[in-house]
Design a binder for this molecule. Sequence first.
Ligand code: ATP
Length: 416
Amino acid sequence: MAEIHLQNITKIFDKKARAVDDVDLTVTDQEFMVLLGPSGCGKTTLMRMIAGLEYPDSGRVRIGGRDVTDLPPRKRDIAMVFQSYAVFPHLTVFENIAFGLRMKRVAKPEVARRVEAAAELVQLSPYLARYSAQLSGGQRQRVAVARAIVMEPAVLLMDEPLSNLDALLRLNFRAELKRLVAELKTTTIYVTHDQVEAMSLGDRVAVMREGRIVQIGTPMEVYDRPATQFVGSFIGSPPMNFLRGRIGGANGHSSVHLGDQEFTVPLSIGRTDGDILIGIRAENIEAESTPVAGAIAARTEVVEPLGSHLLLTAVVGDQRLKIQARTDFPAQPDGPVWLRPRLSNDPRLPSLLLTSSATSASTQRANDPRRLNRSRPRLYPHQWSRLDSAGAIWLRRTWTSAVPPKTTASGTSPPR
Ligand code: ATP
């Protein structure tokens, strides 16, 4: 069992910079958890505290039920793989992989057995006698991974291990790594700022911003149900569209207004009048080349052919949005286009998220780390609303004024 439990972890550098701010996180045994966030959000610092390379200003680190906060790295039963793979050029692949085992004075036959098994896993068996200077970047990175897994650690920590590889190698090695970690079943924490890597590898993804975890969920949860506008914008390419609008109800229907246009939402949702922020992904918008009932008129600004689809940038009133269209869609720059939300057949997958337009600014203010210790009430955007194919729309007040629930291992996903 190697569950990792972080409790109220804070790290402040130079008495002022809160690199990690009161983080709670549980990574279950054998789970692959990705820490994802923009540069400087505290991912590496958090990872280094788990490794024992950095001491937290407050909070406790537990691995496998044992409090390891005060233990040095070598007593934590962890292995790390870094971005700079730090492979020794004067040693052969075999000796590089065996390095940690030799330091631990493991018996020679056991070293040979474990090195060969690890090399087999990362497909380096034919290269064991080579010096690492004779290897490609991808092979060197595999040596670094083998050197970590040969220790048979309870926990594997990886800090941007693919970022020194070129795009194609990275793509191939990503799939290899996924297979490998699934085979090893070691609890793994993986740091990256690359959202595609995070989505592809993680059982769950913890999205960080300014030292805090803002959402934890499966890749599809954070993609489909971003807890904040920041998450929706950070995950996905293109980012989720966010449009300011208004919603109003009459005659058993509700209408969403965008500028001077509107589209109807099938069911009345009671008290719904007011400003809203609409979150919708490019692939959830249907583009039409002629006027269609229920669609709103827009103007195509840019057409980008991306092979499998077209990416359109369209303008509605004074707002821009991205739309994914079929390659045969007759789009022309500066031409007219009609848009409507494409509703999912799976009620668990919302295609349109509605929240109060006040969320953006107020949430950003509320989540500002500089304000976190103030005792006034804060606003939190936990309650996105949902429009699904059954015509159900969920719209609640999007915040509570009480002290917010903390982001825990179960995450802060929007309500179902
Ligand atoms: P990147 O993706 O660029 O590596 P990151 O999310 O891993 O970024 P960290 O390296 O954890 O971010 O840094 C978080 C914050 O803490 C940054 O503002 C950084 O400048 C600061 N920081 C990190 N290490 C130190 C240090 N030793 N002394 C002072 N400040 C530090």
